[in-house]
Design a protein around this ligand. Structure first.
Ligand code: SF4
Ligand code: SF4
Length: 415
C-alpha cells in the first residue's frame, strides 16, 4: 500500500494533527487522522482506510502511477477555451503593459463571422461540447458593441444549432463597468469578471493611470462593490519579485474597502520578464515571503487563488486558443503579437504547420515521475523562450512550485 506520488502529503499543523492529502491531478483533498497516517506507514489494511482506497488517496504498491498521470494530462478536453482579444486598444496606460510591442488594432463587425466559423469548426471537427469564452485585450469593454454583435451571431449560429454548454468571463481593467454592461453579461452566462488592482491606492494610481490622466483605483473599487453580488469578481494583482511585503498593506486596504470580502478572490502574480524586458528574474527568492502573504490574506478572510503564471501550461493543447484583432490564433497569451508563434489566421484561413509543432510540445512526457507534473506540465514555454531563446527547453522549478503549493494548501486547509 502506498500514497501515489502525485498525491502530496502535507502535515496538518493545526490542532487536529494528521496530514492533508492533496491530489495534484484533480485538486481534491482529504484530512487523514494520525491513526490513519500510522496505518498507511505500517502498510496495515483496515476499515478506517476504506474511503481513502475508494477515492485513490492510497493505492497498491504495484500501481502504475505514470499511466494514471499520462492519461490525466493527455486527456483532450471536451471544452474549447477560447480567449478573444477584440482590441489591443486600452483606456489606460500601464507602466509594464506586456502588449507594448503590438500595433493598436481592433476587430471589426465583418470579422465576427470568422470567429463564429472557428467555433463551429471546433464543435464539428474536435467534437467540443462546451465553450468557455473569455474576453480580454487591450481593454475589451471599449469594444462592448462588438461583443454584443458577436453574441447576437453566437446565439443564432452556434447556440441555435448545436447542443453545447457555454460560459463567459471578462478580463478587464475594471474602469468601464456599468449597469448596462453588467446586465448584458448576466444575460449571457458570465461566470466571472477579473479586474486588476496593482497594490494600494497610491501605487496602483501611479502604475495604472487612465489615458486622460485620471486615477483609476477608487473607480475600480466602486465598480467591484456595486456589482460583486451579481457576478463573482477575481482581483488580479501584479507585483515585482522582491516586493511581496508591500502586499500586506494592499490586503489590509482591500479588507477595509471591499463590502463583502467573501465575494472576491485574489490572484497574485509576479511580473514576468518579457522579450522586450529581460531581467532574468529569479522567482525562487520570493517563495517564503509569498507564502506568508497568502496565509495573511486567508486570515483576513480573503481567498487567494492557487497557481503561478497560468493555472497550468496548456500550450500544447488544441483546446486552448487566443484570437487577436488581426485574426492570428495563438496558444498562449504571452506569445500574442509574435507572429512566428501564431498557429494560423481566422481571417485568411491559413495553416502554417505551427499547430502541429505546439501539439507535439508536450514537454511533460519527460516529467511523468514528478509528483507535481500536473501543476507544472514541464514549465512555462514562454519563460523558457525569454530566458534561453529556445521554447522547447525545460525550465524545471520543482522546488519553488512544490514549496508554494504546500504553503498554499496549509494556508487554506490547516484545521
Ligand atoms: S507558456 Fe507560460 S504563459 Fe504561456 S500558457 Fe504556458 S505557462 Fe502560460
Ligand atoms: S519541469 Fe520539473 S517541476 Fe515541472 S513537471 Fe517537470 S520535473 Fe516536475
Amino acid at each position: 500500500m502506498k500514497i501515489p506520488n502525485y498525491v502530496l502529503a502535507i502535515e496538518n499543523t493545526g490542532k487536529k494533527g494528521g496530514q492533508i492529502l492533496y491530489n495534484t491531478i484533480n485538486g481534491s483533498k482529504v484530512l487523514i487522522t494520525p491513526k490513519q497516517e500510522m496505518l498507511i506507514k505500517q502498510k496495515r489494511n483496515s476499515e478506517k482506510l476504506k474511503g481513502l482506497w475508494e477515492k485513490g488517496y492510497i493505492v497498491r504498491d504495484d500501481y502504475d502511477e505514470k499511466e494514471y498521470v499520462y492519461k490525466g494530462l493527455s486527456n483532450i478536453s471536451k471544452t474549447y477555451n477560447l480567449t478573444v482579444l477584440p482590441t489591443y486598444e486600452c483606456n489606460m496606460k500601464c507602466e509594464y503593459c506586456f502588449e507594448s510591442h503590438v500595433a493598436k488594432e481592433s476587430m471589426e463587425k465583418k470579422h465576427i463571422g470568422c470567429l463564429i466559423d472557428r467555433i463551429i469548426q471546433k464543435i464539428e471537427y474536435d467534437k467540443k461540447t462546451k465553450i468557455r469564452i473569455a474576453f480580454t485585450g487591450g481593454e475589451p469593454l471599449i469594444r462592448f458593441n462588438f461583443i454584443k454583435l458577436f453574441f447576437e451571431q453566437f446565439q443564432k449560429k452556434v447556440l441555435g444549432k448545436y447542443n453545447i454548454d457555454y460560459e463567459i468571463t471578462v478580463i478587464t481593467n475594471g474602469s468601464l463597468l456599468n449597469r448596462r454592461i453588467i446586465n448584458f453579461l448576466k444575460q449571457n452566462n458570465c461566470v466571472g469578471i477579473q479586474v486588476t488592482l496593482d497594490g494600494v491606492k497610491e501605487k496602483h494610481d501611479r502604475l495604472r493611470r487612465l489615458k486622460n490622466g485620471d486615477n483609476s483605483y477608487e473607480l475600480i473599487i466602486d465598480n467591484i462593490n456595486a456589482f460583486m453580488t451579481e457576478i463573482p469578481f477575481v482581483i488580479r494583482s501584479n507585483y515585482k519579485v522582491g516586493e511581496e511585503k508591500e502586499l500586506y498593506s494592499f490586503i489590509d486596504e482591500l479588507a477595509e474597502k471591499i463590502n463583502d470580502r467573501k465575494l472576491i478572490k485574489l490572484k497574485l502574480r509576479s511580473i514576468m520578464d518579457t522579450l522586450e524586458n529581460r531581467q532574468y528574474t529569479k522567482q525562487s527568492k520570493n517563495i517564503d515571503n509569498l507564502g506568508k502573504v497568502i496565509e495573511y490574506a486567508f486570515k483576513k478572510g480573503i481567498e487567494v487563488l492557487q497557481g503561478s503564471i497560468c493555472d497550468m501550461c496548456r500550450i500544447y493543447s488544441s483546446s486552448n486558443e487566443y484570437i487577436v484583432p488581426n485574426g492570428y490564433i495563438y496558444r498562449c497569451l504571452m506569445l500574442v503579437g509574435y507572429e512566428q508563434f501564431a498557429i494560423g489566421n481566422i481571417f485568411e484561413k491559413v495553416r502554417n504547420g505551427q499547430e502541429e509543432f505546439f501539439n507535439n510540445l508536450n514537454i511533460w512526457k519527460s516529467c511523468l515521475d514528478c509528483p507535481i507534473v500536473s501543476l507544472c506540465a514541464g514549465g512555462c514555454r514562454y519563460e523558457a523562450y525569454v530566458k534561453t531563446g529556445d521554447i522547447t527547453k525545460k525550465l524545471c522549478k520543482y522546488k519553488e512550485i512544490k514549496e508554494l503549493t504546500t504553503k498554499f494548501i496549509k494556508a487554506k486547509y490547516i484545521l
